[in-house]
Design a protein around this ligand. Structure first.
Ligand code: NAP
Length: 263
């Protein structure tokens, strides 16, 4: 039996185990996906232990994505983002599949990725989204509550510009794509984006997936925009990790069903 797992703290409510185990079951793979909560100082030992125990792959979540990036061999994209959420344990290579999660979530909804993107937020998810969209050829504007953090991200992303949240209305008037990568709207009926700035020419992805229908997505729908909820990003970061680990095409439908039935 193969073992995969998740490193984070806390990981008790993670949806990754049922999502990945649905894939194993669908494809008849003899594998198990388990969660681990190591203390941060023990991360190097945890990674060595995983290798010694024959664990095939690890996902990494809050608060360890940046630290693990320093402890494995990050691929070029993960190195630029500065965060690893997927480790291929036998090779020691670290990936960031949140970036692919953003792109594949849009592709699933037939959104043409071109033109101008606004990324709201400059934390871990914001970094992944900004690099992913810039690599697709979009012009990226980053708006964040703390402008210095947006500026430091924009300095790393080719062609990107940095703004405060007060610039959102002006930026969105010219934009094709919007991604909310702040935690605003998580378990609350708030939005970081003024409703009147949204329009029918936008495709809007909210990284927040609790609730699935955030206030931002409701406002976007009312404005006639294409909307993509955060569970699609969560699904596709997992799909990408599964495919990196196994070399097989992921059973997206089964993984999606396992995920959505728990949200
Ligand atoms: P993070 O690194 O802690 O960054 C949090 C971001 O939210 C920062 O840009 C922060 O701005 C902003 N923020 C927090 N409170 C705010 C407020 N009251 N007003 C305005 N901005 C605020 O977190 P993260 O890992 O990037 O995650 C961000 C969100 O994305 C979370 O809800 C997380 O669950 C979600 N996420 C989803 C997926 C998925 O697969 N769907 C993947 C990763 C993350 P400052 O810099 O000013 O503090």
């Amino acid at each position: 039996m193969h073992v995969y797992g998740l490193l984070g703290n806390p990981v008790g409510h993670s949806l990754s185990p049922p999502m990945h185990e649905a894939a194993y079951s669908e494809l008849g793979i003899d594998a198990k996906y388990v969660t681990f909560e190591p203390a941060e100082p023990a991360l190097p030992q945890a990674l060595h232990g995983a290798e010694a125990l024959g664990i095939r792959g690890l996902n990494v979540t809050i608060p360890f994505k940046e630290r693990v990036c320093d402890l494995v061999e990050p691929d070029p994209l993960a190195e630029r983002i500065g965060a690893v959420n997927t480790v291929d344990v036998p090779s020691g290579v670290g990936y960031n599949t949140d970036a692919a999660g953003v792109i594949r979530a849009f592709e699933h909804h037939d959104v043409a990725l071109s033109g101008t993107a606004v990324v709201v937020g400059a934390g871990g998810a914001g970094r992944a989204a900004a690099f992913a969209l810039a690599d697709e050829g979009l012009d990226v504007h980053i708006a964040n509550r703390t402008v210095e953090r947006a500026a430091s991200l924009a300095a790393d992303v080719p062609g990107a510009t940095a703004h405060g949240l007060d610039a959102l209305s002006a930026l969105l008037a010219e934009a094709d794509v919007l991604v909310n990568c702040t935690s605003v709207g998580m378990e609350s009926d708030e939005t970081p984006v003024p409703a009147e700035a949204l329009h029918g020419g936008l495709a809007v992805l909210d990284a927040v997936y609790k609730p699935l229908e955030t206030r931002l997505l409701r406002d976007a729908q009312e404005a006639g925009a294409t909307t993509v909820d955060g569970a699609w990003m969560l699904l596709y970061q997992g799909v990408e990790a599964f495919e990196l680990w196994t070399g097989e095409s992921a059973p997206v439908g089964a993984m999606n069903e396992a995920l959505r039935s728990r949200l």
